[in-house]
Design a protein around this ligand. Structure first.
Ligand code: SF4
Length: 424
């Protein structure tokens, strides 16, 4: 990790119960700097009062780990040993570390590896190539992640928040609101478990987790600090990270412009995905409330600046909703807006909206999807219609983290959530 924030340990004891996001700044649940920004009010009021996850190895930088090791009488080389177990072998069961002194294993487990996520349910689809896992967190909250096997890669879609505060009306996760941000450790544990499962042959042969997309529950820019800390550990080489190329990491946002601009400054070449969903402000404001704060021009300006600085093409995610945003005029408007910035800087990913029970928003007709794509292609824009893997287990876009969380928060109302944005 490259951050060097210091976390005071009370009485020099093991910091097992310290909040994972503790920092000099008060934890408001808002992106640092966001208290002066414009989107505080869309975040749940309860958020700041929520308990924080226990501090995990992944929440600490090297100096903090050394301090925590010292507090239980371990020399600093033991920290590097733990890092190798964690990042290179995806292991957290200190009791099984035969290269670790038996007498210190329990203390080390307690100090570094509190259990943050517990597998509650696994569902598979697409002939076993899509696996959705429901995780129960330390406070009873639930999140989901989806692991997908493709011919040349394994992609994990992860959550960054419990719920979402962005309030998009076609999305039941938005209706649920934000429960809390995930800690960096809770985000990283989704990755470690998936890497471990892949290496263990969950799809047959042992394989390597190659791609991570922040498109599960939540708005990653609403949990900026933990998300960036997690990204640095996903792409760091073992023993400082899992060794997944930054180029294979995608961060999706609904258009939180200050977050995009901060990400530019991080200079980590992750792919940025922007959930646009509409080509004009009037329509987008009805689908994405955040548009009233940061309009399309501001969002695309920031996205284009991200492209200029990262040299990575930006993904534009566009959920096609029947009769709402999927007509030829919408495609033409979208093409005009994107071409305004020049050629070849975006890749548009239209995806049919997954049907959501009781909602007026439904998937486009196939012929409308085809016409939409044609217009973009004729305008010189790269565009690929995305698949909807996992739709039969509520694991596709618009459905992720659905029933269980909805049931938990709202009772058995039949409401269904969605992932943060269309995924690969
Ligand atoms: S669509 Fe995405 S950003 Fe909007 S409420 Fe749902 S999860 Fe949040």
């Amino acid at each position: 990790m490259t951050e060097s924030t210091t976390h005071p340990f009370t009485n020099g004891s093991v910091p097992a119960a310290r909040g994972a996001n503790a920092d000099d700044e008060p934890e408001t649940g808002i992106t640092p700097g966001g208290t002066q920004g414009a989107f505080r009010d869309v975040l749940s009021k309860d958020h700041a009062r929520r308990a924080k996850a226990p501090t995990h190895f992944a929440d600490m930088d090297r100096e903090e780990r050394i301090e925590a090791a010292k507090a239980i009488g371990l020399p600093k080389f033991r920290v590097d040993q733990l890092a190798r177990h964690y990042y290179a072998h995806f292991e957290t069961d200190v009791e099984s570390f035969t290269d670790f002194p038996q007498a210190s294993r329990e203390a080390a487990r307690h100090a570094f590896f509190p259990r943050l996520i517990d597998e509650e349910l696994v569902q598979t689809a697409d002939n076993g190539t899509t696996r959705k896992t429901l995780w129960k967190l330390f406070d009873g909250s639930r999140i989901e992640s989806v692991l997908m096997k493709y011919p040349s890669r394994i992609t994990l879609c992860i959550s960054s928040q419990v719920g979402c505060g962005m309030g998009c009306p076609f999305c039941a996760t938005g209706h649920l609101g934000l429960t809390r941000n995930l800690s960096c450790g809770e985000i990283l544990e989704q990755v470690r478990c998936a890497a471990n499962a892949s290496a263990g042959g969950v799809f047959g042969e042992p394989d390597r987790l190659s791609n991570v997309v922040f498109m599960g529950m939540g708005e990653p820019m609403g949990n900026y600090r933990s998300v960036v800390r997690a990204i640095r550990q996903i792409c760091g080489e073992p023993p400082t990270g899992f060794g997944i190329s930054a180029r294979n990491i995608t961060v999706s946002t609904v258009g939180v412009v200050p977050g995009i601009r901060k990400l530019i400054d991080e200079k980590i070449p992750v792919r940025l995905a922007v959930s646009l969903h509409a080509p004009n402000d009037e329509l987008r404001s009805t689908l994405v409330p955040m548009n009233k704060r940061f309009n399309i021009e501001q969002v695309l300006d920031a996205a284009h600046d991200y492209y200029l600085s990262s040299h990575r093409r930006v993904s534009i995610e566009y959920a096609l909703m029947r009769g709402i945003n999927d007509q030829p005029e919408h495609a033409r408007q979208l093409a005009r807006r994107l071409n305004h910035y020049g050629d070849d800087w975006v890749h548009v990913n239209p995806i049919p909206l997954n049907p959501i029970e009781g909602s007026p928003w439904t998937a486009s007709k196939p012929e409308d999807e085809a016409a939409f794509l044609d217009i973009l292609h004729h305008a010189g824009i790269t565009a690929t219609l995305r698949d909807t893997r996992g739709s039969d287990i509520d694991g596709a876009c618009g459905q992720l983290a659905a029933r269980h969380v909805a049931d938990q928060v709202m009772g058995d109302s039949g409401a269904k959530g969605r992932s943060g944005a269309p995924r690969e």
